[in-house]
Design a protein around this ligand. Structure first.
Ligand code: GDP
Ligand code: MN
Length: 394
């Protein structure tokens, strides 16, 4: 789960990481009021959307008067912000964060990620803050420091100091910097983060360090023990189809093609996608129904998948290991009746009780195209989607 910048900053502040003074605003008037409340003569109006690259896309505006704050807020609120990360659809700006300006001497990068292959938390730091870390990694990889944290002991003070030195922090600010790094690590660890990015971490002209931007993601499987984090979820920033699926215990991925895919397991989803592409088509989406394929679950999956207007054919590709093909087949038959499916349906079953499953499909009387192999299923669904598209065009 992702959260907003202001929420990540609130968490960091609770762990003792310095952040600029700021306040949330839902309207231009409120933004101007926040600026007055914060005081000073420079403010930054920042769109709160779950994406990076807001600066380049017009989602971060440095303002010199309250009037400018109000105008910037007016321009951002209620619009979609399109960044290189959001895709052309963009993300709706429903709230703003207004901050006091900071005297930036140097922009640095500090990040924490869960490195799954190393099975460690990895601290990532760079003197090249402010720009995307991916760009730094591509252009000047030598400017990125990576330091694994030993899980048995957690991050050590000497490691934080080493990072502070690598960041070129002046001697009189090294203690402050290593404290900040340790506190950020604790926030990440205690809240079960999968990613925490402070970009930029700023060294001010006054010689202090401030987290100027913060992005944080959390392990969904650990949310049950962090009610305070679960509350921060902003569904307006998520793909509504993915949210609906998640609320029903299913996982959904929206794509751009026209074959709706119902599968079990992420690996099978990837393989299905590859085979559809190979057959000259493209998947519209994936719905992972997981382990249990009860008729109700399959019916829900049918409804979610066919909600996408681009879908011209539904492909059910299930490998029954724990599951049984005859149950899945019964589920499919009932689901077709319950949802009154009009689109062509291709079903490929494999695994336990596959013959029985196929027999149930054959004898059910529902309109179904069966396939024995994944390749055959992909070819048949692409062909069916193409014929539906051709009919619609004619
Ligand atoms: P992002 O583009 O979504 O990563 O948004 P950031 O919060 O990182 O802001 C982008 C850039 O805006 C930063 O790298 C800074 O250069 C600039 N910026 C943000 N806040 C301030 C501020 O208080 N003062 C000044 N001068 N620049 C700021
Ligand atoms: Mn940033």
């Amino acid at each position: 789960m992702d959260i907003h910048e202001y929420q990540a900053k609130e968490i960091l502040a609770k762990f003792g990481v310095p952040i600029p003074k700021g306040g949330l605003a839902y309207s231009p008037e409120q933004a101007a009021y926040r600026a007055r409340e914060i005081g000073g003569s420079v403010w930054v109006v920042k769109a709160q959307v779950h994406t990076g690259g807001r600066g380049k896309a017009g989602g971060v505006k440095v303002c010199k008067t309250e009037n400018e704050v109000e105008e910037a807020a007016d321009r951002m609120l209620g619009r979609k912000l399109v960044t290189h990360q959001t895709g052309p659809a963009g993300k709706m700006v429903g709230r703003l964060y207004v901050e006091g300006g900071v005297n930036i001497a140097k922009e640095l990068y500090l990040g924490f990620v869960l490195d799954r292959s190393e099975q460690r938390v990895m601290v990532i730091a760079s003197t090249e803050g402010g720009m995307e870390i991916e760009e730094v990694a591509a252009a000047t990889p030598e400017k990125i420091v990576r330091m694994p944290v030993e899980p048995a002991v957690g991050m050590q003070a000497f490691q934080a100091r080493e990072i502070a030195f690598a960041l070129g922090i002046p001697a009189n600010a090294v203690t402050e910097a290593s404290q900040l790094i340790l506190r950020a690590y604790r926030a990440f660890r205690d809240k079960d983060g999968t990613m925490l990015e402070i970009n930029p971490l700023v060294l001010t002209h006054e010689g202090h360090l401030v987290a100027l931007d913060a992005k944080m993601s959390f392990d969904d499987n650990a949310l049950f023990r962090h009610a305070d984090i679960s509350e921060l979820r902003d569904k307006s920033q998520e793909d509504p189809r993915e949210t609906q699926a998640a609320d029903r215990g299913l996982s959904y991925v929206g794509l751009e093609g026209d074959v709706g895919c119902i599968v079990n397991g992420a690996g099978l989803a990837m393989a299905t996608m590859d085979m559809i592409l190979l057959a000259g088509g493209a998947p519209a989406n994936f719905l992972d129904i997981g382990g249990g394929a009860t008729p109700e679950r399959v019916a829900k999956a049918f409804r979610l998948v066919t909600q996408d207007g681009n879908v011209k054919c539904v492909l059910v590709n299930i490998f029954a290991g724990i599951n049984r093909c005859d149950w899945v087949a019964q589920g499919v038959v009932k689901a077709v009746e319950m949802t009154n499916l009009k689109l062509p349906l291709v079903v490929r079953l494999a695994g336990t009780n596959v013959e029985l499953g196929q027999q149930i499909l054959r004898e059910s009387g529902i309109n179904v195209i069966t396939a024995d192999t994944l390749a055959e299923a992909a070819e048949k669904s692409v062909a069916a989607a193409k014929s539906v598209a051709a009919k619609a065009a004619a």
